[in-house]
Design a protein around this ligand. Sequence first.
Ligand code: SF4
Length: 456
Amino acid sequence: MQQQFIPSLMGIEEEQSSDPPPSTLRVEEPPSAPVQEQVTKSKALLQWNDWRWQIRNRIRTLQDLSSYVPGLSNSENLHAVIAKYPMAITPYYASLIRRIDFSDPVFRMSVPNPQEMCDPPCLSEDPLEEHEDMPVPGLIHRYRDRALVIATTTCSMYCRHCTRKRIAGTRESSISPRRLAQVVEYLRATPEISDVIISGGDPLTMSDAMIESVLSAIRSVPSVQIIRIGTRVPVVLPMRITDELVQMLRKYHPLWINTHFNHPNELTPESAAACTKLADAGIPLGNQSVLLRGVNDQPQIIEQLCRGLVRIRVRPYYLYQCDLVRGVEHFRTSVRAGIEIMEYLRGRVSGLAIPTFVVDAPHGGGKIPVLPNYVVSMSPTHTVLRNYEGLLVNYPEPGVETAADEFTEQIGTPGVWELSSGRASVILPAKTQRGQRREKLRPKRNVGSTAFLFDA
Ligand code: SF4
């Protein structure tokens, strides 16, 4: 069902509900509009590009939502969902919706779903047990050298798959000076912490002054070397990345930012411009995606996303398996789906564009990287490895002096044992693109007595 979603955005304005849509909405302009109309449009565009206007005009209630999704507002279930897990969608993010149903990735990540109320017993409010690792309120100390500060409970958009659904948006507030002082005191008393992540909620929804007070307080701790900010603002509120904000941020280097793109539809000229501003200020950008059923659980979608991220100078950092958090069961995929995506990416895209697939372990176990199995066998002399094409090759351990060629006379049908014992060095899949390229380059090439072809 393809519907025109964008024009109805204007229905949620607090101010000029009669304003025509801003030009960012890509509405065709009449060729000879009167001057007054142009002025009105310019004002609308200014509003649209004002991040505070975007926050003031978030879709927050079922009434707001009903102007886009007829029928949903009458759902009793939806009232309960929003009462439990607040809703907020910036007009900008809403403008990225292409279909008004849960098959649209942006719609699915932003619009409340009655399925959020279905919780199997394996889910919990705080599956990572962050509260158990909080020595002072608002600071999570899990890994030895890192700490995470929850600077705010506010986000511009409340992602339906959020791992901190228990706090995000339940009360929109930011860290108090007293709490911040406690955090700093703990950091000073714990010098092994050298890397502090400012998170939330979304810290970049705070005012510049507030962000700076948090940054300067943390930077005042001599043992803190790196500060990182976790934010979804470049994705859901890119106009928040103002020149003033960037000028302020660059005073606190080394500063890194991790953002949270999940789908190629989130890669827009606006989000690219926001990332460019940050990158130009010398802030390295990483991306933490979450693997979400019905959003990005297809290898081709992740490939497109990762290629797009690298193009806008954002390094794909993590691909998270969905946490066992209440309210997200309908987003969960199998771990196997993630492994298949990683198998697909390797060899197809540059390593620069391949994130690490991780399961954030329940009970606060931390991130566990999960990979397809590339180590096939190990012997005292050789490790047998598999590449993305299915090629099997041995890697001789140090001190192995026997060359594979010495054994070649004895080999019948090769297998992994021939590789791990050093009797063969490689088993090649036949007819790979790479093999065909090589054959063209070296037509008379002898694959060698230690190489065996098999049909992949
Ligand atoms: S922006 Fe981050 S903290 Fe906020 S709702 Fe989305 S995932 Fe959760």
